[in-house]
Design a protein around this ligand. Sequence first.
Ligand code: SAM
Length: 313
Amino acid sequence: MPAASSSRASSSRRPSSGSGVAIHRPEGQSPTLEQVRREVYELGWWYQDFEIPPGVRTGFGSPLSYDPQHRWSLIEPFVPADLTGMSVLDLGGSCGFFAIQMLLRGAARCVLVEPVVEFAEQARYAAMRFGFELEIVTEDVHVYCLTTEDRFDHVLFLGLLYHLRYPNLVLDRAADMSKRRLYLQSDVLGPEQEFVHDRDNYARDDAELLLDPAFPKLAFIEHLYNRDATNWWLPNFAALSALVRAAGMEVVARPHPQVIVADPKRRLGTAQYRRLVFPRYGKVGFDSFPGSMRFKPADWQGLLDTRTEKLGG
Ligand SMILES: C[S@@+](CC[C@H](N)C(=O)[O-])C[C@H]1O[C@@H](n2cnc3c(N)ncnc32)[C@H](O)[C@@H]1O
């Protein structure tokens, strides 16, 4: 996904009031299809291309948008059909597709963490069109996860791990924050096989640690990956499950090499300190984080230009 820039704008832990789009109709009046089409269009380029009531697709033909339905079809069999009364956390939730699926199953509360202001506004609007209210935190997940004591029945951690400067730190927190189930998706490198450990200790000079391509590994991306300055680490297949286990969770399903469903097994809890001093991080020549972000106007325009279905006026 293309990088957004950090505006150093103050972050908000409170849901903001508007969806960022001007709505010109009496309160309570249902919008027409054309009105919703225009409002979705005015909200800009949507990463997730999905349908919102009364039948408008968010992608507008952009090849850079993706249809999240396939990803949902992989995790959906492991999500209880009835989430009545449950709480959900959607980390790096973009414009809200997965959070909305959980609300459609009856979840009572859903917090979506998304530092990109444009995406957060889209998520708020999309949820509103389904008749839901999302709690939106416009902040980096490192900061959110290290400054909340909230825990959730279900935690979504999709398409995010490789974007994180400190992925294990956030995964450990997400594991502790998951009361029932964690859904993890990440790109993976290398052979799609688990590493079979035939010993419980490795000697310091054991070449197997480095040379076996299946041994759990994280590749560090110092420069750009997929032309995106917000990509930092790529795990191999075995590392993804090893990291989940090391965070105190049990892998209950792996419906796809990139997808893990995990339940809490060994709760390690937290150590609390009075203040958090978090390092700013960022690649050389690019913006630094944490904080909420806005796209640079030229980058945003580039994304808008990829839409093949245009609205006039
Ligand atoms: C590849 S998209 C995945 C979106 C969604 N979870 C999905 O699976 O379709 C990554 C999302 O994570 C957000 N993101 C990137 N870095 C983040 C960070 N440090 N904290 C929170 N969200 C982040 C991006 O803005 C983007 O919306």
